[in-house]
Design a protein around this ligand. Structure first.
Ligand code: BTN
Length: 260
């Protein structure tokens, strides 16, 4: 059967959606691109412009990694915004993802939330990533890229233990619906002050109370997470006392109280 690719039906409903969202100014739907980050940057976009692709073949992740979803089963969304402090943008994007997708998983019995700084994850039966954020800031503008695993069921060997889709986690939705939920959620958080974001982030973050390993300055530190603040970082109780893991240097290396 020759089915119409779903993204060919996206432009009209997404344009209508964006027309009604005060913090978004326009949306571009492309069939296929290497990275939506680059495709949007090439347009010299005004703040509030969104670009989504039916298929992304060379997605970039944080820390120089790749974001693999070239089967067209996930969504790749890039959004131009006025530059803000990186931690603020990071928290906004994390809270937007949480607002968009956690309600879908609420009845599934799967523990899910945000792993600092901004991965959307499920923990059952092991930590696996549903969605991630890449923020690239140049001068006065930032491009926020969000990738969400929506319908994938088969994963390549290198992702099989670490990636998860909404479908895998019990939430079957179309990609258009996934984009719609995300853009509405972004619009809701786009002008929220730090305190509101902090509260929303803290309610859904997954690290507090868990034993984890952090990497900071080339060293590994294992400990119990005492608290997570989206702007200042993580307080980790280790054998050597309380250590601060700052957002700009530290990254989580492993969960030590959950199976890999
Ligand atoms: C990460 O978790 O490492 C961040 C992944 C970000 C992937 C998205 S998909 C849309 C946008 N375009 C890209 O090339 N990357 C981001």
């Amino acid at each position: 059967m020759n089915r119409t690719p779903d993204h060919l039906r996206w432009p009209d409903p997404l344009e209508d959606l964006v027309d009604g969202l005060e913090h978004l100014t326009g949306i571009v739907v492309v069939d296929e691109t290497d990275s939506t980050q680059d495709a949007l940057s090439r347009l010299d976009p005004a703040p509030g412009t969104v670009l989504v692709a039916g298929r992304q073949t060379g997605g970039r992740g944080r820390l120089g990694r790749q974001w693999a979803d070239d089967q067209g089963t996930g969504i790749a969304v890039s959004l131009a915004v006025a530059a803000e402090a990186p931690a603020l943008l990071c928290a906004r994007a994390a809270v937007a993802m949480a607002r968009a997708y956690l309600p879908l998983l609420a009845g599934s019995g799967v523990e899910a939330g945000i792993k600092w700084p901004n991965d959307l994850m499920v923990l059952d039966p092991r930590p696996r990533k549903l969605a991630g954020v890449l923020i690239e800031q140049v001068d006065e503008r930032a491009i926020i890229g969000i990738g969400v695993n929506v319908g994938a069921r088969d994963w390549p060997a290198e992702l099989a233990g670490t990636a998860c889709s909404l479908e895998d986690a019990g939430a079957s939705i179309e990609r258009l619906e996934a984009i719609t939920l995300l853009l509405r959620a972004w619009n809701d958080v786009a002008d929220k002050p730090e305190e509101v974001l902090r509260t929303a982030f803290t309610e859904v973050e997954l690290l507090t109370g868990r034993r984890v390993v952090f990497e900071e300055g080339g060293n590994l530190h294992e400990g119990l997470v005492e608290s997570v603040d989206p702007f200042s970082g993580v307080l980790l109780r280790t054998d050597r006392g309380l250590m601060h893991m700052p957002p700009d240097h530290a990254r989580m290396h492993a969960w030590s109280d959950l199976p890999d």
